[in-house]
Write a protein that binds this ligand. Sequence first.
Ligand SMILES: Cc1cc2nc3c(=O)[nH]c(=O)nc-3n(C[C@H](O)[C@H](O)[C@H](O)COP(=O)(O)OP(=O)(O)OC[C@H]3O[C@@H](n4cnc5c(N)ncnc54)[C@H](O)[C@@H]3O)c2cc1C
Ligand SMILES: *[C@@H]1O[C@H](CO)[C@@H](O)[C@H](O)[C@H]1NC(C)=O
Ligand SMILES: *[C@@H]1O[C@H](CO)[C@@H](O)[C@H](O)[C@H]1NC(C)=O
Ligand SMILES: *[C@@H]1O[C@H](CO)[C@@H](O)[C@H](O)[C@H]1NC(C)=O
Length: 472
Amino acid sequence: MKFVSLVASLVFSASFTAAAVLQQLQAELAPHLSQNDLISTISPPRWSSFNAPLPGAVVNVQTELDVATTVKYLTANGIPFLAQNGGAGWSSSLDLNSDGVLINLASLNHVTFNGDKTQATIGGGSSISNTIAQAYAAGALVETGTCNCVGTLGALLGGGYGSLMGLYGFGVDNVIAVQVVTADGEFHNVTATSDPDFFWALKGAGPNLGIVTSAVVKSYPTTQDGMLAWTGTLTFDSSQLEEVVEAIQDLELQPDMNLFMYFISSGPPANEPVILVRPFLYKGSVTTGRAAFSSLYAVGPTRDTTAVLPYTQWNAGADGFCTYGARKPSYGVGFQKMIPSTWREVWNSYVEFQKKPTAANSTVLLEAYSLTKARSIDPNSAAFPHRNVNFHVIAIPWYEDPSLDDQAQAFGNAARDLWRATDQLAQNQTYINFAYGDEALEVVYGDSLPKLREVKRRLDPSGQFSHWYNIV
Ligand SMILES: Cc1cc2nc3c(=O)[nH]c(=O)nc-3n(C[C@H](O)[C@H](O)[C@H](O)COP(=O)(O)OP(=O)(O)OC[C@H]3O[C@@H](n4cnc5c(N)ncnc54)[C@H](O)[C@@H]3O)c2cc1C
Ligand SMILES: *[C@@H]1O[C@H](CO)[C@@H](O)[C@H](O)[C@H]1NC(C)=O
Ligand SMILES: *[C@@H]1O[C@H](CO)[C@@H](O)[C@H](O)[C@H]1NC(C)=O
Ligand SMILES: *[C@@H]1O[C@H](CO)[C@@H](O)[C@H](O)[C@H]1NC(C)=O
């Protein structure tokens, strides 16, 4: 009885705080925004519901100025807040509660090009699918991530891996100017010359320093042929794992190539765990694609869906991975070498977890890119610290039933420990956008941490941006 009333009063006080925040914002902030009806209690969807932020109110900003007005107000009133773009971030550090406010950037989805299409201005809430659709219409390529649902700038601000990396470097290597609102609610148009340290820090740790309302990035005008790639999936079964792993290790990715490997369900009703490889060859044909990935073909895929696809379809194969909802506490790791015995052990723990009720869509995702171009760029030009890392992988337990949380975390931790045990790195390194949330700051920020601390002290002295691998 006592327990029940305690729970009831906790629930009551949480909803009371939420109602108070909502009322305060309606009265004091709403009149200063571009429209009077931008404050809501409905959170935009998130990719993972595990540890998702639970704000008391949502501000659906419509203009870049709305962002500045909102941040200035929230900071002045000591109200915690967090920006949401694509909502794909799964970090356990995204801990906004009912006394906090979510700033939904989704309406800032403009993408425009300059006259010769060598520069694109991308809104702080533009999804990758939206950015690609606009770029395709303009006849230009923009370096984005490989999943349609993700926020273009959400992915870029952590580093930005994507299909065109071999040609153009990381997302951060393509940034020209960043329009950002800092904790005091002021706009800064940050470039390499306007504020070199801030510019450097935004490129790897952006979400820790402000809200980017738009960014100018390089774009690459091209012809119809320049908007085609050969890609798709090759299916392998469990017995072929070691051969697949060795073929990936031995493959020298050229600048126009990249490759993903998935452990994934074959789909209902059987939901058998299978191995998929997704090869990608920019401007490839069936002939050149098969030649470039001949070592994978030699292993003998049981199914092949590869085809030549237009720019707007390159990410289509990953749309299943983009499904929102369900619990997905995910564990990322960087490592240097594909080791068959490590992968067999990870496969065994994956298969064990994937057969649990509601967990069939669990997956493991390996990403391999051509890094020659990215490594030719001055490593000190961006805070992003992982240019030396050859491979990134994420273990993604994906399930509905919260009673599986402990087993999901046990699987994710076990997979992460296995990869790390043979990572061949001097220290653990995890791409910030693939991290679980419990990593030491050195693991995600590497050697950039001391200088990031200085920039953080200058631009966010009271620590308003504290929900994304908080730099302290
Ligand atoms: C299905 C899927 C596919 C992915 N594919 C790739 C990939 O191909 N390449 C890659 O590099 N990464 C990839 N990632 C990782 C992805 O980059 C991170 O999850 C990233 O944090 C997602 O950004 P978001 O805007 O979608 O998420 P959100 O959850 O909205 O944001 C994540 C964090 O970034 C902050 N943030 C977002 N936008 C801004 C902004 N405009 N200004 C300031 N802060 C901002 C948020 O406040 C939050 O702290 C993928 C993730 C998923 C789930
Ligand atoms: C920021 O600076 C860049 C580069 O000088 C410029 O192209 C861009 O228009 C500026 N953005 C704003 C909003 O002033
Ligand atoms: C797995 O994903 C597919 C496609 O999104 C969906 O139809 C199916 O219900 C999911 N399975 C489980 C067990 O959640
Ligand atoms: C890397 O992380 C693992 C745990 O996953 C830990 O056991 C190991 O000591 C770490 N290595 C270094 C060099 O910090």
